[in-house]
Each structure stands twice: as structure tokens, then as C-alpha cells.
Design a binder for this molecule. Structure first.
Ligand code: ADP
Ligand code: MG
Length: 475
């Protein structure tokens, strides 16, 4: 049989899969595509430079073994990196030199010791006049990697953070942008990176600052006429961590000054770490040139943790606090608080407090009471089953009738309404909605949504159905 890139790569994968953790395999090998085979050279496409560096750092040996088995001792691997950072019609792919001469890949950054650069810095964090003060990192040592639990939801961001901590300024994740919703661990993670860097490289100047505080300092510096000192202060930092950069939106002066500081740091191989509540593409009122800088490195998302991760976060917290709690209570809390780790911790803390202050035993019903306080104002997502139930009740028919193949007009309409609301109120795809509502395809669902839109603007009776159902489903 003739060997193709695909067949060779599949054999490699089989070997690799047998030899590494399933989760690692899923994360680092499943996203790779075999692209071409040229004698003993296999080209594989990896999703980003980050991937390439990760593979090089952790899996180069096993890749080599696997490939040599397939293509002999002189086997070579070429990585093709899907470009992340270009817009428009630039060349979509770049080729990278293979694993063998890895030292050539990354430029080494030489760090000049701080003292030699400037003996008297003005430091906005210290009272003027005190000499020889070190810049305080403003890091919280309680936020570290050990107590930042790993799960599918944060694996990429956490591992990228570790990679950056190992070689600040020396990876392609510069800047490293961590984004995600509130309470998902952005601040914790960037502190952990900073704390870890300080441990490994005590001589490096690390600074954590919120975008809000940075903005305030900048405004003050303009008032006091020492904008240059402000800029200078930031330009001598080795690792600059700015939290919540969405705060810069609409503030063009701050964006401008940050742009200059960023460029200076980046050109000098210094590390920049940012967090934001949204991905760069969704950021508003941030200048294009700054957004494009944000995309130079790696943007890694923190997603909402799955159930297992929520349970381990809770258990870890309880363990560290030396508190014991029955598993069913922990699971109850983890099951009901889904979208925010801070709330998850808050609920468990209230539970401990309630039980110790009021000498109440921790029971499911106490847990229920407390959890309700936390989730009351967070909207719960309705399920497609629930929508079908509400719609069929409203039209006084059974769910089976709603799902049946019949073409009777009022049943068709009920089904279409169920599809319409499933689209509106859930994150399910058209295909998944279709399969759950009477095993229809995605085109049927799309058609249903359009029909409901049309009918509700032309038919008053129908509009009333939509409004009634909308009310029932949004409480
Ligand atoms: P954000 O900055 O994204 O709003 P924080 O970093 O303030 O979120 O995190 C909120 C709380 O959740 C913190 O107490 C943090 O320690 C905790 N937390 C978030 N993610 C994790 C995790 N993976 N493991 C342990 N604790 C976490
Ligand atoms: Mg935060």
C-alpha cells in the first residue's frame, strides 16, 4: 500500500495515543492535520505557534520515535502553523524549521540588570525621596498555580501561563491575553504567573496592576506634568501584568500611552500579560492598532468549568480550609452554581459560616437555601425539553403529538414555535434543536424560525401566542 501523509500520521498517532495520557492526547494531538509527505519528510499542520512550541517542549521525543518507526532514522517533521495574527489576504501559512535544531528557533533575550539602567527611577508606587526602593510587584501570593485547579475549561490558558512563567518574554505568547467572563479565574491566573516568575527569577521586575489603576496613574501624571516619568517607570518592567484591559475602552489617552509602553516592552523582549472580559474581536472602543497588538501573542479563553472541575475546586478549597463536608452537599452546590467560580466559593463559605455560627448541621436543605440566594438573580437556561413541555401545555396537546410527523396546521405551528424558542433561549445548534424536536434536520428548524418571524408580524393571533409563550418561558 502506498503511504500517504494521512496513513503515516495515523500510525504515529496510534503509537502516541498508546503512550501518553488520554487528555494530553486529546488536547495536543487531535487538532493536528497531516498535510503532506515527501520521501521522509512529513508536514503536519498545527493550530498555532503555541501548539508548535508546546509540542517541541513536551513531545519532541515521542514524535521522533513515532516518526522514525514509520519513515526510518532520517525521518523529518515539518510544522505548518496556521497563522493567528494576520488579517486580510496575507499568506495563510508559515513553515517552521523542524524539531532537530530547536535552539535556533527562539531568540534569546538578554536582560540587563535593572540597577545598570537607571539608578534613580521615579516609581509611582513609592513615596518620592526614599532611595533604592524596589518596585513592589503587587502580587497576591495566595493566588498560585497549586491552588488554580486544572480542567478542560482552563487547560490552554493555564498551560500557556506556565509556559510564560518558565520563560517570560521568551515564548511566542507575548502578549498573553487571558479572557473570559466574571469570576472564572482571570485575576487568579495572572497572579499565579507573576508569583511563579518571581519564584524562578527573583531578579526580574514583575508588576501587577489593574487597568483602572493604570488609567488613574496616567491621568494623575498628566495633571502633575510628569507623563514621561510615568512612561519611563513602565518601560523598565520585565513582566507587566494588566488586569481587565476592557477598562481601556473609550479612553484614547490611556490607550495611546499603553501602546507606546507595550511596543517598548515587546521590542525589548519583555513579557506582557493581559486579561479582559472578552476576546479581542469583541472588544469595543479599543483602537485597531492596539487590538492588533493584543492578537500578536496568544489569546486563551477561560470557559465555565464543567461539573467535575467545580467539584474539585470546592473540595480543594475545603481541604485548604480544613473543613469537612459530605460529598452530596458539595455535589449539590457544584450542580447548581455553574457559571462563576467566585459564586461557587461564596456559597460554600456561607454554608460553612451558617453552620458554625448558628450551630446548624450542614444539610441538603440548608445547602438549598443558600444556593438559592446565589442563583436567584442569575438566569437559568431553559432546556429544550422544558420548552416543548411549555408549548404543548399551552396548546393543550401531548409532547408526542408536537413531535409527530403530522402536517396538521396547528400542530405544525406548535412545533415551529418550540423550535423558534429553542433557538432563542438555548445555545443549542439548529441541528441539535431539530433532532430533539421530532427528529427534524437543521433546515427545518431554520425554516421554522423564519416562519415564526413572518407570522408574528402579519398575524395578530399568532403574535399573541408568541408573546404568551415568551412570558411563560422567561420567568
Ligand atoms: P475573574 O478575575 O475572572 O473575575 P478571579 O480570578 O477573581 O476571577 O476568580 C474568582 C474566584 O474563583 C477566586 O477566588 C479564584 O481563586 C477562584 N477560582 C477561579 N478559577 C479557579 C480554579 N481553576 N481553581 C481554583 N480557584 C479558582
Ligand atoms: Mg478579575
Amino acid at each position: 500500500m502506498r503511504e500517504t501523509a494521512q496513513s503515516v500520521w495515523n500510525n504515529c498517532l496510534e503509537f502516541i495515543n498508546d503512550n501518553i495520557q488520554p487528555q494530553a492526547y486529546k488536547t495536543w494531538f487531535e487538532p493536528i492535520f497531516a498535510v503532506k509527505l515527501n520521501n521522509n519528510v512529513l508536514s503536519i499542520q498545527v493550530p498555532s505557534k503555541f501548539f508548535y512550541e508546546w509540542l517541541e517542549e513536551h513531545y519532541v521525543k515521542i514524535l521522533k520515535v513515532a516518526l522514525s518507526k514509520e519513515l526510518g532514522e532520517n525521518a523529518k517533521l515539518v510544522y505548518i502553523i496556521k497563522m493567528e495574527n494576520t488579517y486580510g489576504n496575507k499568506q495563510p501559512f508559515t513553515e517552521q524549521i523542524p524539531s532537530s535544531n530547536r535552539s535556533a528557533v527562539k531568540a534569546q533575550n538578554v536582560d540587563v540588570p535593572l540597577e545598570n539602567k537607571s539608578p534613580q527611577l521615579r516609581n509611582p508606587f513609592v513615596i518620592p525621596g526614599i532611595r533604592n526602593v524596589k518596585i513592589e510587584s503587587q502580587l497576591n501570593p495566595n493566588y498560585n498555580f497549586e491552588n488554580f485547579l486544572e480542567g478542560d475549561s482552563n487547560r490552554l490558558a493555564r498551560n500557556a501561563g506556565i509556559a510564560v512563567a518558565n520563560k517570560p518574554g521568551g515564548t511566542s505568547f507575548n502578549p498573553l491575553l487571558i479572557f473570559g467572563g466574571v469570576g472564572l479565574g482571570k485575576t487568579h491566573l495572572v497572579h499565579a504567573i507573576g508569583v511563579n516568575i518571581k519564584d524562578k527569577y527573583p531578579e526580574k521586575t514583575v508588576l501587577y496592576i489593574s487597568a483602572e489603576k493604570f488609567t488613574q496613574q496616567y491621568i494623575d501624571s498628566v495633571k502633575k506634568n510628569n507623563r514621561n516619568d510615568f512612561i519611563y517607570f513602565y518601560q523598565i518592567i520585565d513582566v507587566l501584568i494588566i488586569d481587565d484591559v476592557q477598562f481601556f475602552s473609550g479612553k484614547s489617552g490611556t490607550q495611546d500611552v499603553f501602546f507606546h509602553i507595550f511596543n517598548h516592552l515587546h521590542q525589548n523582549g519583555k513579557q506582557v500579560i493581559l486579561t479582559s472580559d472578552k476576546a479581542p474581536v469583541d472588544m469595543q472602543d479599543i483602537e485597531q492598532r492596539l487590538l492588533s497588538r493584543f492578537k500578536w501573542g496568544l489569546s486563551a479563553e477561560l470557559q465555565t468549568p464543567d461539573f467535575e472541575t467545580r467539584v474539585s475546586i470546592l473540595k480543594n478549597k475545603l481541604y485548604r480550609d480544613g473543613v469537612e463536608m459530605p460529598d452530596d452537599i458539595i455535589e449539590y452546590v457544584a450542580k447548581h452554581i455553574k457559571t462563576n467560580v467566585r459564586e461557587l466559593e461564596g456559597a460554600i463559605i456561607s454554608l460553612i459560616a451558617q453552620s458554625s455560627f448558628n450551630k446548624k448541621e450542614i444539610t441538603i436543605s440548608l445547602a438549598k437555601e443558600i444556593v438559592e440566594k446565589f442563583v436567584k438573580n442569575t438566569k437559568r437556561e431553559v432546556s429544550i425539553d422544558y420548552i416543548q413541555k411549555v408549548v404543548s401545555d399551552y396548546f393543550q396537546m401531548d409532547v408526542e403529538v408536537l413531535q409527530s410527523k403530522t402536517r396538521k396546521r396547528h400542530i405544525v405551528q406548535a412545533r415551529q414555535l418550540a423550535m423558534f424558542f429553542a433557538k432563542k433561549f438555548t445555545k443549542a445548534s439548529l441541528a441539535s434543536i431539530g433532532s430533539q424536536i421530532g427528529k427534524r434536520d437543521h433546515a427545518t428548524v431554520l425554516h421554522a424560525c423564519k416562519t415564526v418571524d413572518n407570522l408574528s408580524s402579519t398575524d395578530r393571533q399568532f403574535r399573541k401566542f408568541v408573546e404568551d409563550l415568551h412570558k411563560k418561558l422567561s420567568v
